[in-house]
Design a protein around this ligand. Sequence first.
Ligand code: SF4
Length: 152
Amino acid sequence: MILVSSCLAGVACRYNGTHRLVDKIHNLVEQGQATMVCPELLGGFQTPREPAEIVNGTGEDVLLGKARILDRSGNDVTDLYLLGAQRTLDMARDLQATIVVLKEYSPSCGGKMVYDGHFSNTRVVGEGVTTALLRREGFQVISEEEFAATCE
Ligand code: SF4
């Protein structure tokens, strides 16, 4: 089973109430080959919600307790992100996911880059907290861009 970000399958669960539909990912869900997950909703957030960014580090730093995740108003929402990551890991284990396709740039789902914590639309190298946890536990996580490349 493939585990995919819900927003990539067309669910409007992003912080601003939008999705990032990728037709091929939606089709996998329709065909029963993929299961959707939104770590932030699993962590207890609702849609819409304030955007949040990792401050002073990456998802791995958050797991290590060295960085926090703040929303744009400055509220510390790290614990909800960690809960969502843990619940996503539980899902991946239950499903025995062979591969996980998560949305690039998200503080939860990013695989190669995330925003820099200043809400200035600047990206830095790093992964989201859910991606970091899944990779730490041995799951292969790729972005929608890498997934598209495998389909070409
Ligand atoms: Fe999409 Fe992941 Fe953000 Fe949920 S947490 S909206 S699945 S990028």
